[in-house]
Each structure stands twice: as C-alpha cells, then as structure tokens.
Design a protein around this ligand. Structure first.
Ligand code: SF4
Length: 222
C-alpha cells in the first residue's frame, strides 16, 4: 500500500503564526502527540484515539495539487506532532520538491530535528515553558540546528514563562526569529509587552495567534 499517514483534518486558511503569518496555506493536521501540554488547544488531535483518516502519500499529493490550483503557495504540517508520522520526511520532500510549495513544520520541540534537516522545510519550533508542564521534554540540541528561515515560538501562559523565555534565549542563542506567543485567555498580551520593555527583550517579537481573533477561538478547520 506504500506510505500512509494519520490525517486528522486538512483545510486552506491563513497561517495564524510564524514567519508566514497572514499568508494562505494548506494545513495538514496529523493525529497523535508525544506531549500533553496543560493548555493544549488541539487536545482532540493528540490521543491514540484521535479521529483521523489513514491516507496514502498520493492522496495527500492530490489534496496539495488541488490547493496549488487554488493559488496556495504554502503548506503547514501541524498536529498533534507531525514529525511522529512514519515516513513524514518523504512527504515533506514531495510537497516541496514536486509541487514547489514552501513547507512549514509546526513542531513541539520534543522531537530531534536533525533527521529532517535534509528535507528542505522550515521549522516553527515551540519551546514549551513551565506553565505547559512539558519543559523537561524539550530537545535543546535543536536550537543549534535552526536557521534564519526558521522560528522559535515561546508559548507563554504566565508571566514566569516570559522570564524563562529570556533565560532560554540567552543560553541557546538561536539564529532565527524568536516569537512570544500568549496562550489565548491565559495571559493578557499587554502584560507580555510590559515585561518585554522592562526586561529589554528587544530580540523577541510578540505574536498573537491570528486565527483566534478572526474566528471563534475554539473553531476547528480555520
Ligand atoms: S505539543 Fe502541541 S499538540 Fe501536543 S499537547 Fe502540546 S500543544 Fe497540544
């Protein structure tokens, strides 16, 4: 049957975050995650029993070709954790190499990125801060592998998280843009700006999750 993937949903929308925020993208959301963040907004896609379809590589390529015909230039692989899918590297190469799409991988920071570097994708890598209760799972060796076209996203659910983001950045010095992304409903973005000013965090950018403001924050498929 060839390579298959556990696809939870697919849709075209705008990228809500990362360097391509605001640009149209095909989203491919894969089922399953190796973390359980305290404030996860896609918990429904994380468990072993997450609703999904098992689809072939050629079926995903058809979905992507259709998106290209609709003028889409970006594809975002998300989850769950997309890099846990077996043979995901092959899919990444085909999406970029065959269709010329800019491939963005939203990854949770708990999967080593080294094996995926030759695939030609950009990474938006989360660093899970203390309020997630998952910080101990972070693969800090990934920081040295990121480039200027990648992004580190520090997801902040508390004031303490913002201070911790500053510490981590000073320790690992990633070579790519660093975003502070407030967990919707947990911390007022204005508080983050105040801390950025107080703490002289000029190397960071605040980024709000656009889709939470445009649509219902709990809506799926947007
Ligand atoms: S890594 Fe992402 S998908 Fe997985 S539990 Fe955390 S927030 Fe949810």
């Amino acid at each position: 049957m060839g390579n298959t993937y556990q696809l939870a949903e697919h849709f075209i929308s705008i990228n809500g975050e990362g360097q391509m925020a605001g640009a149209l993208a095909l989203f491919l959301r894969f089922a399953g995650c190796n973390l359980r963040c305290d404030w996860c907004d896609t918990a429904w896609a994380c468990g072993k029993d997450a609703p999904h379809e098992t689809v072939t590589l050629s079926r995903i390529m058809q979905i992507a070709e259709d998106a290209v015909r609709q003028g889409v230039r970006n594809v975002t692989l998300t989850g769950g954790e997309p890099l846990l899918q077996e043979n995901i590297g092959e899919l990444i190469k085909r999406l970029g190499g065959t269709l010329g799409l800019r491939v963005e991988i939203e990854t949770n920071g708990a999967v080593p990125l080294k094996p995926f570097l030759p695939c030609g994708a950009c990474f938006t890598m989360d660093y899970k801060l203390p309020s997630s209760r998952m910080e101990q799972h972070m693969c800090t060796e990934n920081f040295a592998l990121l480039h200027e076209f990648d992004t580190v996203k520090f997801v902040c659910g508390s004031r303490a998280d913002v201070f911790r983001a500053k510490e981590i950045a000073a320790q690992y010095k990633p070579r790519c843009p660093m975003y502070l992304s407030p967990v919707f409903g947990r911390i007022d973005p204005a508080e983050i700006v105040e801390i950025m000013k107080e703490q002289q965090m000029g190397d960071f950018r605040l980024q709000l999750q656009l889709h939470k403001f445009i649509w219902d924050p709990n809506a799926r498929g947007v």
